[in-house]
Design a protein around this ligand. Structure first.
Ligand SMILES: [Zn+2]
Length: 305
């Protein structure tokens, strides 16, 4: 696959081939006269534009969505809008678009021999569910106990998402961790008297307390919040590798420990209503490198029953 893509990349006809400038400038003679022309610069040739399809990517990426791609053979470094992307040994990689991303994402692959390929990936806008509440003021700041406990909880969540575990779960076709009625959508947002509240950062599945939750893909456990956190309740975070994580909130019980490798489909805990939850449900949140993404298209259609 990667070999084919690499050769295909060289066939992009509408882009002129990069200038074949020498990679190293000839050494300037020590006795050079002052009016002699300066030695040629050693800058790499300009990037070659490729279609995202040639990187194994879809032609566009949805807001809050992920995409898998394959970098050409010889890629030494891959960046998305300037930030490094984890590149597997076979060239596979994963990228995501923020819920509020607009315009295009720019992928740049640096290849051996100072060649550079660049692909721009348009971001497809989505219509997020917005609810305007003109009579309700934004929820007031919670109590002193919350204010005292919250900073440490947020630090633990950030640390768990930044572990960078060695897992190939990101390559798998994700499953739903529980099946049931979707009771809350990713990206939904309330506007209080014109003031936007924070948007819903995961997908909610309504199920009874005690329903088993399974790993949607392979991963490494990076956080077990037990005793429960103020908002998330009993919270479990899995690292699927390549910067992709899953968080499971409001659990009544967690059956795995930090550092444990779990397999897709393996039971990891039970649905509950711990933390700030109006009833028993699973809130499943995903992030890629800190960008919040929508688990729903990652897992696909909800199976019946
Ligand atoms: Zn939720």
């Amino acid at each position: 696959m990667a070999v084919m893509l690499a050769s295909a990349a060289a066939l992009v006809g509408c882009v002129p081939a990069p200038a074949t400038a020498p990679l190293t400038a000839p050494p300037a003679p020590m006795t050079a006269a002052r009016d002699e022309p300066a030695p040629r610069l050693t800058l790499p040739p300009p990037p070659e534009l490729v279609s995202p399809v040639l990187l194994g990517l879809p032609p566009a990426i949805a807001q809050g969505g992920v995409a898998l791609g394959t970098a050409p053979v010889g890629t030494t470094r891959l960046t998305l809008d300037g930030a490094p992307v984890v590149l597997a040994s076979d060239g596979r990689f994963l990228i995501a678009a923020d819920r509020d991303a607009t315009g295009t994402l720019t992928l740049t692959a640096a290849l051996t021999g100072a060649r550079t390929l660049t692909a721009t990936l348009p971001v497809t806008p989505r219509a997020w569910r917005l609810e305007r509440l003109d009579r309700v003021a934004k929820v007031p700041v919670p109590d002193a106990d919350f204010a005292r406990r919250r900073p440490a909880e947020l630090r633990q969540i950030a640390a768990a998402r930044a572990v960078g575990a060695n897992s190939d779960g990101w390559r798998q076709r994700f499953h739903w961790p529980v099946t049931g009625r979707i009771s809350g959508l990713f990206g939904a947002q309330r506007i209080y008297r014109g003031q936007p509240g924070s948007y819903h950062g995961g997908v909610d599945v309504a199920r009874g307390e005690g329903t088993p939750v399974v790993a949607p893909a392979d991963g490494v456990v990076t956080l077990v919040a037990d005793p429960p956190f103020t908002l998330e309740g009993r919270l479990l975070i899995l690292d699927h590798g390549a910067g992709l994580t899953s968080a499971f909130l409001h659990l009544s019980r967690i059956d795995v420990r930090v550092g444990q490798q779990v397999r897709q489909g393996e039971p990891i805990g039970l649905v509950g209503r711990t933390g700030r939850a109006s009833g028993p449900h699973l809130h499943w949140a995903m992030t890629w490198r800190g960008v919040r993404i929508d688990p729903q298209p990652v897992a696909g259609a909800m199976p019946a029953g």
